[in-house]
Design a protein. Structure first.
Length: 306
């Protein structure tokens, strides 16, 4: 039944997505939904799936975890806020950056994906992140070209939203939400694909238009506009012919054909990692530059489902 629903959703959204997107065609949509998906049941309506798909004139290595928002608790995990008995030090800067798998296991998660952007030398987050009243980091000026949205969570991890927000508005715009993570760029908002012009991208075309490993987070909504089914998605990249990576527009296209109403891009590149307690790391992280599941990069924060 899940397979049938997955295919029907794709069929209904194919033509609409292709017509409104900056990337992708009906053929790309059909390739996505007709792919030979390897599916793992995560329980309580959750599932993990993986497929290698010929899309966008490339090979897309796609890993997806999806689950009902009401059946799982979604939350932000900060390595700095956890006690795991070991602190990594790089260039004299102490930190609690860990592999996604380590942070997820310590949090007793069912699934996890890497979080927002950070300084790869010091592992210090460089985007706004708040859990409760504690602000772990604020967005630095150099990140404003892509960090234009926030993920907000409350209701014991069952209620969430994703919306456009500039750095000057974080505190006021997220008041009343328990957990907040800034990231970007926005991919979908209120059912509409977020499109970016050449003027908006300016000198950052390489980030927006080139294909890179990408991590995405989003959800579908129910009839009342509440988050219904949550998606964690990783598109592998920098492995020509195995996982070519995706542009931001191609990421938006995939979110649209999946029916996501709201979605945002997370940190990508070597950080892109998707993990479940049933399968371990299910994508092919790039940080060891080897096509296997062992190339995790240490990251300071993650998003989890448990």
């Amino acid at each position: 039944m899940k397979r049938i629903l997955f295919l029907l959703t794709g069929a209904l959204l194919t033509l609409t997505a292709a017509a409104q997107s900056q990337a992708g065609t009906p053929e790309d949509s059909l390739a996505f939904f007709n792919a030979s998906w390897q599916i793992t049941d995560l329980g309580k309506g959750g599932e993990a799936r993986y497929a290698s798909i010929p899309m966008f004139g490339s090979v897309q290595s796609v890993s997806i975890v999806s689950y009902p928002a009401r059946a799982f608790k979604t939350s932000i995990v900060e390595g700095e806020g956890m006690s795991m008995g070991e602190t990594f030090v790089k260039k004299g800067v102490a930190n609690h950056a860990m592999h996604v798998s380590v942070l997820a296991e310590a949090a007793k998660a069912k699934a996890a994906i890497n979080g927002n952007y950070f300084n790869t030398r010091t592992f210090v987050p460089i985007c706004y992140t708040r859990i409760g009243r504690r602000v772990f980091s604020r967005t630095v000026a150099r990140e404003l070209f892509r960090t234009n949205g926030v993920i907000v969570i409350k209701g014991c991890g069952h209620k969430m939203d994703i919306f456009t927000c500039d750095t000057l508005s974080y505190d006021s715009a997220t008041r009343g939400w328990k957990e907040v993570m800034a990231a970007g760029p926005m991919l979908m908002e209120d059912g509409k694909e977020v499109l970016y012009t050449k003027e908006q991208k300016k000198t950052t075309e390489s980030f927006y238009d080139w294909r890179h490993p990408r991590s995405l987070f989003g959800f579908t909504t129910d009839a009342k506009g509440r988050a219904d089914r949550v998606y964690m998605i990783v598109l592998d990249g920098r492995f020509p012919g195995q996982g070519d990576g995706a542009s931001i527009a191609e990421c938006s296209f995939i979110c649209r054909i999946l029916g996501l109403t709201d979605a945002i891009n997370l940190d990508g590149g070597g950080s892109s990692t998707l993990w479940t307690d049933r399968n371990g790391v299910i994508n092919y992280p790039y940080d060891n530059k080897t096509w296997d599941h062992k190339g995790e990069r240490r990251v300071p924060d993650i998003l989890i489902a448990k």
